[in-house]
Design a protein around this ligand. Sequence first.
Ligand code: LLP
Length: 467
Amino acid sequence: MSTPAGEHAASADAVGLPWSGGTARTPDGALSVAGLDLRALAAEHGTPAYVLDEADFRARAQELRRAFETAFAAVGTGVDVYYAGKAFLSVAVARWAHEEGLRVDTATGGELAVALRAGVPGADLGLHGNNKSDAEIERALEVGVGRIIVDSLGEVDRVATAARARGGAPAPVMVRVTTGVHAGGHEYISTAHEDQKFGVSMAPPADGSPSPALEALHAVLEHPELHLLGIHSHIGSQILDPSGFDVAAHKVMALRAELAARTGYLVPEVDLGGGFGIAYVPGDVPLDPSRVAKDLAAAVDASCTALGTALPRISIEPGRAIVGPTTLTLYTVGTVKDVTVDDPAGPFVRRYVAVDGGMSDNIRPALYGANYHAELASRVGEDAPVLARVVGKHCESGDIVVHEVQLPGDVRPGDLLAVAATGAYGRSMASNYNHVPRPPVVAVRDGAARVLVRRETVEDLLALDLG
Ligand code: LLP
């Protein structure tokens, strides 16, 4: 399925962050992606729609891989980059990631199934999950995943039991530890005991006995059906202050050395997780992959030198930084309403611009108070900008798409509106609230569109209802 490139798109001007690299304005004022005029895309595929810039996805995947490979080669070790499929996964996207030299990190049997359907070999897949089912563990072993990231002491036994039942080579596992470093937003915090469900803690109990992390690592080593591949640490998401990564890396390297001192076994690999922050609104400064890569390589090198251990092979698991900026959501404007807001500084008018989607296609503003940026996509406005709030069509006052944005005063029903940087945790966290069918994901490359995930229909929803 393809749409012809917009007539003017070839001479369009790039618009910069937070839009994808291929997003531009045509001379007559419409937005285009990869040479395709969004008016033409909306005419063929309808709205709302997620519009994914394929070249931008591939470029980001490649940039991250190259940055980390270069930085870690300089200190003498290798890197594997796993694309974190939870951010957004479809068969085509898993294939692109793999074609660009990445592996794929999955967090459930469903994500695993998509990556396998894409033809990614089991050896290039990882399986996460704090509460894996037996079926998920067995499937991972059956397809020979490159690693199962074990999340609790109890899971060590469960994976060992499943591996014993299958026979064959020992199952490669990593143990996910919590370092006490939390990051996300602009700062990181460090605490001993983490009050959350993931991983096993590195903090030793008050009675001086070994930490849960050491206990779990020992337990893996005691099972002949398991091969202890490494230690895993993920400290958070949308991280803009990279110092938390270095602190966590030092802690993990120290744990690795301590395990080696106790057992004589130096784990060959360490995964430092994902979480690299992106720009959501103009002026946001995303984390620079090459800077993070260099800092992390230096941190790992310094730690290992101080500890007298050889460097591990490193892996990372970015999701948002690869897919987030690649995608915009294209909506059609419906109801436009001015609301007078009482404010201590005096009343002001906020223009509510309602679009044909909302919290069912992007839950992040409602769930996290996340900020986004929107612009008219079918034309440039003629009137001076007004303070607007973009809202959806759901029966909930928290159904906000963009909390605050300046939109042209003449924004009106029928206009196309694009919201930037919706590629990560947008479609992947979408719901059917109010029985609203989920939008399609349309990829654009070289002026042509291809539907990666089709639009859901009311018939799809009715098909699940057995009456
Ligand atoms: N690895 C592990 C073990 C993770 O738990 C995550 C994200 C990632 C990698 C990828 O993180 P990224 O590079 O995409 O930041 N729904 C939230 C984000 C949840 C992140 C969960 N884990 C949001 O919309 O902001």
